[in-house]
Ligand binder design. Structure first.
Ligand code: SAH
Ligand code: SF4
Ligand code: F3S
Length: 468
């Protein structure tokens, strides 16, 4: 047994012990103990939260959406300043619940906790927090709870980094039919604006056999669609022995019987290979969607961002992808107001948006992150100028998306039904291969099934349809 297997076993033993203790407390109170899980940030965090929830369910906590609960866990994000502010706001509100419930525990984890200044601030100003841990030791939640039950004061356990990947612990799935699967952790790219490499550590790939085993188990359990997750999936496998490429991994995943759809996030343009385009174009299972963040249109700004490609290289890549897969849906991330961005540079961003015509784009105003190289750069534009650019970009992105998203109106497409429509329960909502949504008359027994749906009306960012 290797050290990671021993560690997984150790955690499972702790969970067994905790099960008994939680059940005793619950008997004493005459009610089940509840947990509430709050998650900010990206898909990677969402996946971590599923793991945390898996541990909490295993030891006997019952899920609730109410923050007035016995165990509240908040998985934080720090990619932009406003993500941080939301956490502090929420924390303040929790004090009142804790006052009324002596059994309540509050745990904080995730990317924000990897910043020492944040932890200092919480230690000083938010004494009602019980447990703090980071991104590298999510698998240890049970152990931290046990420590908290046995000691007074805040339990803090933050790891600077890790080379460990602990496999085979419980995970609570949000959907029965689709699931995210980590293929790698961390990031080595150090884009100059980005804090992720500092809070998620260096790139580590999971072994292909572990990934395949997990997906096979998921499929046996009813999952038909998976999303392979990593900050930069295109550099998967570079540090594995023997080496393997992301395209080769996809080819292996594709062979899993019963698996119907494969998605992945996120692709860095600098590492997107011809091999990957070829594998995607040939594949029956890989969805016709690629999220390909370009961040900025000006090659000079891209250089300052350390993105390692020019505007021309990005546009050539898009051409290559579209030639191989004319029906692909492209989406992207864009930052406005990077410190060195001038009005001329911004025009280059608009130019890329107009040329590529994305199905959708996430647009962000640059947010200064302490500790990153860009935090020391001088701003060449004012806040007003940046806000104006942002509004202009958003309206351009939206009007283009409205046109491009409608291009399948009148066609019949295969959709995976995800749920009953929240506004109108006579409708169900399904997802197309290209990631767009369609609402059509249906019933809850269709959830998790594939249906052929005629897209009768394009509504901008979604369709209305009917089964055929
Ligand atoms: N690994 C992914 C993205 C992770 S962060 C990738 O490289 O594509 C998600 C998005 O947040 C980024 O694509 C970027 O557009 C945005 N982002 C990251 N840091 C930011 C910052 N300091 N200010 C504003 N947006 C930022
Ligand atoms: Fe951040 Fe760049 Fe890594 Fe993406 S690739 S997580 S933007 S450093
Ligand atoms: Fe946020 Fe961490 Fe993801 S900073 S975007 S949750 S990797």
């Amino acid at each position: 047994m290797n050290t990671n297997e021993t560690e997984a076993l150790r955690q499972k033993e702790i969970m067994e012990r905790l099960k008994v203790r939680i059940s005793d407390i619950s008997k004493e109170l005459g009610r089940p103990l509840t947990y509430c899980s709050i998650c900010f940030g990206c898909q990677m965090n969402a996946k971590d939260s599923e793991k945390l929830e898996g541990i909490l369910e295993t030891i006997g906590y019952v899920r609730t959406d109410s923050e007035d609960c016995d165990f509240l866990i908040m998985n934080t994000c720090t990619v932009r300043e406003n993500a941080n502010l939301r956490v502090y706001g929420r924390l303040g509100q929790l004090k009142k619940y804790k006052k009324n419930n002596p059994h309540m525990m509050i745990a904080l984890c995730g990317c924000m906790m990897q910043e020492s200044l944040v932890v200092e601030k919480i230690k000083e100003s938010y004494r009602h927090v019980d447990i703090i841990f980071g991104t590298h030791n999510v698998f240890k939640l049970a152990e931290l709870i046990e420590t908290k039950l046995d000691t007074k004061g805040m339990v803090i356990d933050i790891w600077e980094g890790t080379s460990e990947i602990v496999e085979d612990l419980p995970s609570e799935r949000k959907y029965d039919f689709k699931c995210g699967v980590n293929i790698m952790f961390g990031c080595n790219n150090f884009c100059t604006y980005c804090i992720v490499p500092y809070v998620r550590g260096r790139e580590r790939s999971r072994r292909p056999e572990d990934i395949i085993k997990e997906i096979k188990e998921l499929v046996a359990d009813g999952v038909v669609e998976i999303m392979l997750l990593g900050q930069n999936v295109n550099s998967y496998g570079k540090n594995l022995e023997p080496k393997i490429t992301f395209a080769q991994l996809l080819t292996q995943v594709e062979q899993i019987e019963g698996l119907k759809r494969i998605r992945f996030m996120t692709s860095h343009p600098k590492d997107l290979s011809d091999e990957l385009i070829e594998v995607m174009a040939k594949s029956k299972k890989i969805c016709r969607h690629l999220h390909l963040p370009f961040q900025a249109g000006s090659s000079r700004v891209l250089k300052d961002m350390n993105r390692c490609y020019t505007k021309e290289q990005y546009l050539e890549l898009v051409d290559k992808i579209r030639t191989a897969m004319p029906d692909i849906s492209l989406t992207t991330d864009i930052i406005v107001g990077f410190p060195t961005e001038t009005e001329e540079d911004f025009k280059e961003t608009l130019d890329v948006v107009r040329r590529v015509r994305y199905d959708s784009a996430f647009t962000f105003i640059y947010s200064k992150r302490t500790g990153t190289p860009a935090a020391n750069m001088e701003y060449v534009s004012t806040d007003e100028e940046i806000k104006e650019r942002f509004d202009k970009l958003l309206s351009e992105v939206q009007s283009i998306a409205k046109e491009t998203c409608g291009r399948y109106e009148g066609t019949t497409q295969e959709v995976l039904v995800e749920g009953v429509n929240e506004q109108d329960p006579s409708l169900v909502t399904g997802r197309l291969s290209n990631n767009l949504l369609v609402h059509f008359p249906g019933t809850s027994d269709m959830i998790g099934r594939f249906m052929d749906v005629k897209l009768t009306e394009a509504k901008g960012f979604y369709y209305l349809g009917e089964t055929v």
